[in-house]
Design a protein around this ligand. Sequence first.
Ligand SMILES: C[S@@+](CC[C@H](N)C(=O)[O-])C[C@H]1O[C@@H](n2cnc3c(N)ncnc32)[C@H](O)[C@@H]1O
Length: 223
Amino acid sequence: MIAHPPLRSYGRIKSRSLKPNQTRLLSELAPQIALPVGRLEPATLFPKAKALVLEIGFGSGEHLIARAKAEPDRGFIGVEPFLNGLASCLRGVEDAGLNNVRLHQGDAREVLARLPDACLEAVYILFPDPWPKARHWKRRLIQPEVLAAIARALVPGGEMRFATDWAHYGAWTLELLLREPKLEWLAQSAKDWREPWPGHSPTRYQLKGLGDCLPIWLRAAKR
Ligand SMILES: C[S@@+](CC[C@H](N)C(=O)[O-])C[C@H]1O[C@@H](n2cnc3c(N)ncnc32)[C@H](O)[C@@H]1O
């Protein structure tokens, strides 16, 4: 049987033209901190890191850069198909002099498949493309097979942290994660899905508030 690639879960991969500094960052810094091809070995990616964190769809990278600054002993992998976003994030990496970030322009589902079992301490998916029309739900990043791939790659006790300001996407994600046997929703009270987790740094899309509800914050741990 022929395996088809997953449906595209993202919109444009390039928009406005790049500024000269962005072009420089893409040609000089991006190759230095890109992910290698083939199987990904955490010890090779970040020889000194105590733990590995993945952010899927980092946008312009505000959250990724803030986390990487706050947690210099962790290695951060950021995956984003949007070239202008990658260029913005590279600037953040350079400005902060970070050496604990690796960035990949592409589809996080492909990166997840290259990671070994039980290697990630956390996976962040913040304000993913909502695909609000019913005929586009199949394009949503959160699907049963993606949650299974995330669960496989998390260490026991490691967390998937998800946020959206689209009510239907929040309910969709909660329903699917409750069905994933390797994940356990961590909420104890309404506060846990109404307020971000401690230490959260706001993202650009969070601040834009383009959705149809207040943000919904979901944390699930690998059993
Ligand atoms: C609505 S934006 C949010 C960006 C950022 N997280 C924020 O909150 O500002 C969603 C991002 O997810 C990215 N994305 C969508 N599908 C993806 C995939 N399969 N792998 C990695 N990133 C993806 C898109 O390119 C887009 O930049």
